[in-house]
Design a binder for this molecule. Structure first.
Ligand code: NAP
Length: 220
């Protein structure tokens, strides 16, 4: 993977940071997409990568980040928000969930996939959730499951429109000890990151358009 350029969104903590560290260890040149650049610069220095300001719910921020980074070989759409309460009671949560977990990933793919196609190499990993699976009832609080189901749909449809050498896959990290997952969760961030790192570094024969947990296909 030496020299492959990778953008990981929301890589300042949790699963995103573990993915960034794993890709750095695999030899990639990693960019941490972060909302708070000042706080993240220290993290980036510690692991020897560069942080770039990126709020995935803000088109201007996305445009600036892509301008600053240029092209990438690997995009990991990891940003996520977990609301609470009932789906139909909270239109603001719905808007934010769709913005962070669907529109942001779409916009980044729109801007970054063309160079992957030109370079005949790309790996896009959408960090989803079992709660976004129809086979699991599209569960989770508020709009979370709806947004992850839409991210899964984006994965399937975009994989169909891209050539085989630009692979797009979705994954579920399992229940992970992060701010979102809570202290009681069963997995470490490194365990949660493993399948995303594997998908981000797939060889030419690897799958595209799939949904994975623990490196194995799971039902949509
Ligand atoms: N933890 C679990 O058990 C679990 C299970 C299934 C799926 N996932 C998925 O795994 C991914 C990572 O979650 P995590 O567990 O690592 O959660 P986390 O520690 O709470 O991290 C969430 C990240 O999303 C960022 N974020 C929120 N809104 C954003 C925006 N508008 N633009 C850019 N970044 C934004 C946060 O940035 P700030 O630090 O600036 O707030 C933070 O870096 C998410 O997509 C989540 O849905 C997690």
């Amino acid at each position: 993977m030496s020299g492959r350029r990778a953008l990981v969104t929301s890589a300042n903590r949790g699963i995103g940071l573990a993915i960034a560290k794993g890709l750095t260890a695999a030899g990639c040149r990693v960019f941490l997409g972060v909302r708070d650049l000042t706080a993240a610069n220290k993290i980036a220095d510690d692991i020897g990568v560069r942080a770039v300001e990126l709020d995935v719910s803000d088109q201007t921020s996305i445009d600036r980040a892509v301008d600053a980074i240029g092209t990438v070989d690997i995009l990991v759409n990891n940003a996520g928000v977990l609301g609470s309460g009932n789906l139909l009671d909270d239109p603001e949560d719905f808007e934010q969930s769709m913005s962070v977990m669907v529109h942001g990933p779409y916009r980044l793919m729109h801007l970054l996939a063309p160079a992957m196609v030109r370079n005949r190499y790309g790996r896009i990993v959408n960090v989803s959730s079992g709660w976004g699976a129809f086979s699991d009832g599209v569960s989770g609080p508020a709009a979370y499951g709806v947004a992850k189901a839409a991210l899964n749909a984006l994965t399937v449809a975009s994989a169909r429109t891209l050539p085989q050498d630009v692979k797009v896959n979705a994954m579920c990290p399992g229940w992970v000890r992060t701010r979102m997952g809570g202290a009681a969760a069963s997995r470490s961030p490194e365990e949660g990151a493993d399948t995303a790192i594997w998908l981000a570094t797939l060889d030419a024969n690897g799958p595209t358009g799939g949904f994975f947990r623990d490196r194995k296909p799971i039902d949509w």
